[in-house]
Design a protein around this ligand. Structure first.
Ligand SMILES: [Zn+2]
Length: 65
């Protein structure tokens, strides 16, 4: 199943940008998020986000890995 992924434009304290699914409770506000696209796995979405922001991580609330 495809899910829509977003990445936070703002870095966290550890310098990483967090990747979220569109239904996440922790999703950033619309002006602080960048739409990545629809992916089958969290890993693919994180890889895509790496092209925009060097250091990214998957949100622990909405992503399994
Ligand atoms: Zn999330």
């Amino acid at each position: 199943m495809l899910e829509n992924y977003y990445v936070d434009k703002k870095k966290k304290e550890n310098g990483q940008h967090e990747v979220h699914k569109d239904w996440c409770i922790d999703i950033p506000s619309p002006d602080q998020q960048l739409f990545l696209g629809s992916f089958r796995t969290d890993k693919l979405a994180v890889e895509e986000a790496t092209f925009f922001f060097g250091k990214v991580c998957a949100c622990t609330k909405c992503c399994e890995s």
